[in-house]
Design a binder for this molecule. Sequence first.
Ligand SMILES: [Zn+2]
Ligand SMILES: [Zn+2]
Length: 145
Amino acid sequence: MTIKKAGKFWRGDNLGDLVTYIQKHQAGGYPVQHAREVTCSRCRQGTFRILVDDEEGCALAICLNCRTETPVADSADHLEEADLGECACPCGGETFSAAVGFAMTAGDEVRWISLGLRCLTDGVLGVYTDWKIDYAPTAHLLTTS
Ligand SMILES: [Zn+2]
Ligand SMILES: [Zn+2]
């Protein structure tokens, strides 16, 4: 594990480090049981510009390779009302690899989603948005982009 704190920021070398960071972060205060990489719904590549709306609770990943827009988890349901802003790393970088973390209820439904990003410029890690899931069933969230 090469995740380390440099000054104010955590840095990582790869997606595994990002997943570790998401699990440490515990968005909403809940342990994160599952995490997976965000990949482009068209070309399966994994580097993006990322737009989020923290109020509405949704995120859109725009593929650097083919420009396809992939809504993260259930974000497609919220994009219409969303006021999206582009994520930027403290270094000014706006390109990322991304992973979604899932905190589960005792009944194994998704309770909370968090979106972690790793800056492609300097490797700084961050959870840029997180949101609550208040419906069930939620199994589909674990398998779709
Ligand atoms: Zn793509
Ligand atoms: Zn950066």
